[in-house]
Design a binder for this molecule. Structure first.
Ligand code: ATP
Ligand code: MG
Length: 257
């Protein structure tokens, strides 16, 4: 049965989507069956794996709001072993439309539960908020992976995220655990990055991955080509480190089991 991992941090632009897309593609490259679920109305993960949003008649919106079965919305991607449930701008209305509906927090969980037997990993790319979409992702997940950007205010806002995780654990999903904390966009030329790594490690200790994602031009370019880094430039430092991360996530899973 597939392990479900939400990639979440309500802070914008910290590398959630880059991580969700790159990790999914690297796990698929390592011969795992992977489903990437985009629940951000920006749809960046969707276009990041080469799916043309304008061509989509249906997306995760129809699953969440209209109870369409997930099997009708998931599509293969250009990466072997990697399927995706896309998001389009239509999803922007879901947060409000879901408010008065029954079991509004468990809709994504129901959808993912119906297909997760087909996969080894299901990776969910969350929007930069702690609203109903992210709550749905945390409720559907076994674990949450938190990207933290190596910058001055790195830890700011994380207590809110951890508080939301605790609330979900208490009321909606007792099993939810922290998968790991991933340091992203490290600029190795500055001391600041090193200081932030120390600070985050002090706080999260062994939850911090050994793989630290560097700031890498090729990682920044890949989305505009609609290709995950492992296809766009497999020899780049970005691809190498995301592949290392995928291996860490795989061994982490073995440790938990
Ligand atoms: N390691 C990196 N090196 C260079 N550029 C990166 C790196 N990681 C992410 N980027 C770029 O930084 C921007 C923000 O990254 P990304 O979209 O992954 O963040 P996000 O947390 O998903 O943002 P949002 O909160 O808007 O969803 C993007 O333009 C992305 O291409
Ligand atoms: Mg994003």
């Amino acid at each position: 049965m597939g392990k479900v991992i939400a990639v979440a941090n309500q802070k914008g632009g910290v590398g959630k989507t880059t991580t969700a897309v790159s990790l999914s593609a690297c796990l698929a490259y390592l011969n795992h069956k992977v489903l990437l679920v985009d629940i951000d109305p920006q749809g960046n993960a969707t276009s990041g794996v080469g799916i043309e949003k304008a061509d989509m008649d249906q997306c995760v919106y129809n699953v969440l709001v209209e109870d369409l079965e997930a099997k009708y919305v998931k599509v293969p991607t250009m990466v072997e072993n990697l399927d995706a449930i896309p998001a389009t701008i239509q999803l922007a209305g879901a947060e409000i439309e879901l408010v008065p509906t029954i079991s509004r927090e468990v809709r994504l969980k129901k959808a993912i539960d119906s297909v997760k037997d087909e996969y080894d990993y299901v990776i969910i790319d969350c929007p930069p908020s702690l609203g109903l979409l992210t709550i749905n992702a945390l409720t559907a997940s076994d674990t949450v992976l938190i990207p933290v950007q190596c910058e001055y205010y790195a830890l700011e806002g994380l207590s809110q995220l951890l508080n939301t995780v605790r609330l979900v654990q208490k009321h909606l999903n007792k099993q939810l655990m922290i998968e790991g904390v991933l340091l992203t966009m490290l600029d190795a030329r500055t001391n600041l990055g090193i200081q932030v790594i120390d600070e985050v490690k002090k706080y999260f200790q062994d939850k911090v991955y050994g793989s630290v994602i560097p700031r890498n031009v090729r990682l920044g370019e890949a989305p505009s080509h609609g290709q995950p880094i492992i296809l766009y430039d497999p020899k780049s430092r970005g691809a190498e480190v995301y592949l290392e991360l995928a291996k860490e996530v795989m061994t982490n899973g073995q440790r938990v089991r």
